[in-house]
Design a protein around this ligand. Structure first.
Ligand SMILES: Nc1ncnc2c1ncn2[C@@H]1O[C@H](COP(=O)(O)OP(=O)(O)OP(=O)(O)O)[C@@H](O)[C@H]1O
Length: 273
């Protein structure tokens, strides 16, 4: 059932979400909220349910029970109903994400970045971004229309944001691992998501890239919400945001990094290992 007391500023609402695989509960009554323009870090031991949680939000996995609602206070305008693929909306204009498949969820404004970057190595940075932008058009338009001046401007702005302006004509193959991650984040930004789910962005990065990535994600959260799964504590500290600890498919603790680092249960199941 949908709780009637969901705060107005909520973008994503999970309530009592359970996912079982052959009787094993990968998510076990998982409940949490993400606000508009919130940056949230998620940590937890291997097998805690972090990927399954992302799979449920993005329509890859259907929960057995529970609510997964998106865009709680907005979207009620008639102009946006065409994005909803004809399916009904719940109270306060929210969308029941469990009714949509992965492609539809992406169109509703949820972008997902997997750990391994998937940029096209033979194309330049600019061309990768151009392709991502064109992905929004019909195949006919992509084939026969060049990039509009608005499109070029969007790519320029994105290059600036992702710190790759001076590398726009280099191929994907020539970028460092960190730069590839930024490029892929840029490709997602061109879809203008309201929520970005990012899986272990700092893995394999140099220290400098790690801190620049934290800066980048903090900047991006001025305009959209981000949920970042990570194990790198220096990176989480640099994100300077609310941290949620998942364990056995539920929220074990949440709060500032300092707060969760002092929680004895968190030390026992994760940090102290
Ligand atoms: N398709 C599946 N079939 C069976 N069990 C699964 C499936 N997907 C996940 N699991 C199990 O569910 C649990 C949660 O897995 P999940 O991948 O969500 O954890 P995680 O927190 O992302 O772990 P990691 O940090 O290792 O990526 C694990 O015990 C995993 O083995």
């Amino acid at each position: 059932m949908v709780d009637k007391h969901i705060p107005d500023d909520t973008l994503l609402y999970l309530n009592n979400v359970t996912v079982s695989f052959d009787g094993f509960k990968a998510l076990n009554n998982l409940s949490f909220l993400i606000n508009n323009r919130e940056l949230r870090a998620i940590i937890g031991p291997n097998g805690a349910g972090k990927s399954t949680m992302m799979d449920v939000i993005t329509g890859k996995t259907r929960p057995d029970t529970g609510d997964v609602l998106f865009n709680m206070s907005k979207i009620a305008s008639p102009g946006e109903t065409k994005n909803l693929f004809g399916r009904s909306r719940l109270n306060k204009g929210s969308i029941d994400l469990t009714q949509y498949d992965e492609a539809e969820v992406a169109n509703l404004g949820i972008g997902r970045k997997f750990q391994k970057p998937s940029v096209i190595e033979s194309l330049t940075v600019w061309e990768n971004l151009e392709l991502a932008l064109k992905g929004r058009r019909s195949p006919f338009e992509s084939m026969f229309k060049g990039l509009s001046s608005t499109g070029s401007k969007k790519i320029d702005e994105t290059l600036e944001k992702i710190r790759l302006k001076d590398r726009r004509d280099l191929t994907g193959a020539s970028l460092s691992h960190g730069q590839k991650q930024w490029l892929e984040i840029g490709m997602l930004l061109l879809q203008d998501p309201k929520l970005l789910l990012i899986d272990e962005p700092a893995a394999g990065m140099t220290d400098e890239e790690t801190f620049r990535t934290a800066d980048l994600l903090r900047e991006l959260s001025e305009e959209r919400s981000l949920v970042v799964v990570e194990h790198d504590m220096a990176f989480i500290k640099a994100l300077n945001c609310k941290v949620m600890v998942l364990h056995e498919g539920s929220v074990l603790a949440e709060g500032s990094l300092d707060h969760v680092q002092q929680d004895q249960q968190v030390i026992d199941v994760y940090l102290g290992r």
